[in-house]
Design a protein around this ligand. Structure first.
Ligand SMILES: Cc1cc2nc3c(=O)[nH]c(=O)nc-3n(C[C@H](O)[C@H](O)[C@H](O)COP(=O)(O)O)c2cc1C
Length: 159
């Protein structure tokens, strides 16, 4: 065991982290998707997820205005989608057009449910906490969707 810089330890212990996509809506009712590694379950009753989003991201601006998100767990075959959503901004492109993902409207706030994903969780933002240069948005799950035949995607699939 050796003391190291945080960035080195963080990179070395990354795998096998899961990947998520948060689907959000801007104030002009345009949908956006952001790739996330920093997300977790935070409650069973009621079910809740926390997602950590950088202040500079367009999705951060969206969540300040429209207080819902769909947390999507992409399947292995969606690596291209996760790459696009994790490297391009909704300020510059329409990621739904660019990726061509298939979707239908959810029940909570009509945010897209991605058909090829392993799972989708429709969440309502309950609270948020500033964490350095990110904000942690905590969402209560109102509806859950599952595709049992899909395999999970991890950060390793994107490397
Ligand atoms: C594998 C991967 C994981 C990422 N995890 C996060 C994360 O947890 N939080 C975050 O704010 N950005 C994360 N990003 C970066 C955003 O997805 C990226 O900056 C995105 O282009 C922001 O899109 P937006 O401006 O449309 O919101 C990640 C990117 C990749 C490729």
């Amino acid at each position: 065991m050796k003391r190291e810089e945080f960035s080195k330890v963080s990179m070395a212990t990354k795998h096998p982290a899961r990947v998520a996509l948060a689907i959000v809506e801007d104030k002009k009712s345009k949908y956006n998707m952001i790739t996330l590694e920093w997300f977790m379950k935070t409650s069973i009753k009621p079910p809740m997820f926390a997602i950590s989003i950088g202040h500079t991201r367009y999705s951060h601006e969206c969540l300040q205005n429209v207080r819902f998100f769909n947390l999507c767990l992409p399947s292995k075959e969606m690596t291209e989608v996760s790459m696009i959503c994790g490297t391009k901004s909704g300020r510059d492109i329409d990621k739904f057009e660019e990726t061509g993902v298939k979707w239908f409207s959810g029940r909570l706030a009509k945010l897209p449910i991605l058909k090829e994903a392993e799972a989708n969780f429709e969440c309502k933002v309950i609270t948020q906490v500033r964490s350095g240069d990110h904000t942690i948005f905590v969402g209560e799950v109102k509806h859950s969707w599952l595709n049992e035949e899909k395999k999970i995607q991890t950060v390793k699939d994107l490397m």
